[in-house]
Design a protein around this ligand. Sequence first.
Ligand code: CDP
Length: 237
Amino acid sequence: MIGHEQHDIIIAIDGPAASGKSTTARRVAKKLGYTYIDTGAMYRSVTLKALEHDMLDRLKHSPEDVRILLDPLSIEFQGDRVLLDGRDVTAGIRENRVSREVSFISSLKPVRDRLKTLQQQMGEKRGVVMDGRDIGTVIFPDAELKIFLVADAAERARRRYAELVQKNGNPASLPSLDELEREIVQRDRDDAERAHAPLRKHEDAIEVDTSSLTIDEQVELVYSLAMERISAGTSRA
Ligand code: CDP
């Protein structure tokens, strides 16, 4: 055959809350014709399931009971929609009550083990952009491109606030900007200090500070890094 075989890679995008991972990952995936996998949505789905079963207090005393939520558990992506056990939970998983509890649920080893298996299956054919906290360190340490997105906390709170206003419409029902910033900083601390798969930058990851970048600029930057890696792999093939 004349020409190059397409060399599909894995792009891992990690970083703290509201650093722009999902917007960047979704748009880079679209430009490349890759699949976007939002692993935060998966942890949020398990958290929503725990809230719906009124299990938060019980899990704080008996974390091993989380197995009730995992057996059975199905999480699927259909375009931009997230299906939990066959039900569309796309809006529900973004509610702030989920954001407040998700770090606790995602610190539980049985939850991490189950989602790790699902995520590795989703990426096994490569050609994926996956974002989260531990993608470059634990899920795909062999990802050809690893990005660690950061931004200062005040800027991240402003972005998350604007996103919540856009989705909820009514700022009166939302936490204040200060409260949101405190919650984000607390969540980062919880994610970074947990025992299993804590948030941290892989030594090979490229750190990108998005505090003063526009979304278009950060998408272009990650896309051009991806194109470099794809053509490096193709010329070696
Ligand atoms: O969108 P945002 O940055 O607020 O968070 P997210 O990506 O939706 O992730 C929500 C939470 O899930 C994080 O705060 C982590 O506690 C957890 N998470 C994780 O532990 N590992 C991942 N790979 C992705 C998310």
